[in-house]
Ligand binder design. Structure first.
Ligand SMILES: Nc1ncnc2c1ncn2[C@@H]1O[C@H](COP(=O)(O)OP(=O)(O)OP(=O)(O)O)[C@@H](O)[C@H]1O
Ligand SMILES: [Mg+2]
Length: 233
């Protein structure tokens, strides 16, 4: 993450076309027809690194907390490249790793953000191998507790092709959103990611194309006009 990305959450504008896209994305996730009832816990992954997982996780969590406000928890489960503490400028220590390894209660690791209704669990100080950490028998209990306290849970995770972390966590949530960087990720890699998720027993709820403005300018304009139309109703 570059320095200028710090606090990207401050660039979130619910009135912008991006705000509209995130409301649509969150609606499509929570009301996904694959789910028997409304979904509330989602894991965000992508085929490879740097495709926009943490950005999409942050904006989705903010959308949930701000738009038709729900008590929202954003969990940094990318123990290989954790950034949620940087984005919100909060202490990394005492987070998910402490809950998994040291039996610290989830409630004791929750950090408030400047946004009402949005709490964060940072990665914590990472000790040991993330894959082994996620194999811990403590994991289901952690998600149960999160689901008890929160109406929306967004989990930022590692990429799915190089490591197994998202697959392990994927069955603990209602479903997975795959973020793909348009114009960058090869289709074979995307296919592999989809196969890995489908084989794992986790539910793939959808795909979000990131970087569309740079890769597909026409597509972006089309969306933009859609937004203009909707706002005049
Ligand atoms: N739509 C976008 N337009 C411009 N920059 C973006 C966009 N989405 C993400 N970025 C930038 O791209 C970089 C990677 O994004 P991000 O950290 O969200 O990806 P990631 O998939 O979480 O990466 P990692 O695999 O390192 O965890 C960051 O610098 C972020 O600010
Ligand atoms: Mg990330």
């Amino acid at each position: 993450m570059k320095n200028e990305d710090k606090n990207i959450y401050k660039t979130y504008d619910p009135e912008s076309s991006i705000g509209t896209e995130f409301r649509r994305l969150l609606f499509n996730l929570t009301n996904n027809r694959v789910l028997q009832e409304k979904g509330k816990s989602f894991l965000i992954t992508s085929p490879s690194v740097g495709e926009g997982k943490s950005t999409v996780s942050t904006f989705l969590a903010m959308t949930g907390a701000i738009h038709r406000p729900r008590k929202t928890l954003l969990i940094d489960a990318d123990l290989r490249r954790p950034v949620i503490h940087k984005i919100f400028d909060i202490d990394q220590a005492k987070g998910l790793c402490d809950v998994i390894m040291k039996n610290v209660k989830l409630e004791d690791c929750v950090k408030k953000t400047e946004i009402e209704n949005l709490d964060v669990i940072t990665s914590g100080r990472i000790e040991g191998n993330p894959t082994e950490l996620f194999d811990s028998p403590a994991i289901p209990g952690i998600f149960e507790a999160a689901k008890f306290y929160y109406e929306l849970i967004i989990v930022d995770s590692a990429p799915v092709v190089p490591v197994t972390d998202p697959i392990i966590l994927g069955t603990e949530v209602d479903g997975i959103l795959l973020v793909i960087k348009a114009g960058a990720t090869q289709k074979e890699v995307v296919s592999r990611a989809i196969d890995l998720i489908n084989q794992s027993g986790a539910r793939l709820l959808g795909v979000a194309l990131n970087n569309v403005k740079q890769a597909l300018p026409y597509y972006y304009n089309h969306k933009y006009y859609g937004y203009q139309y909707a706002s005049q109703k």
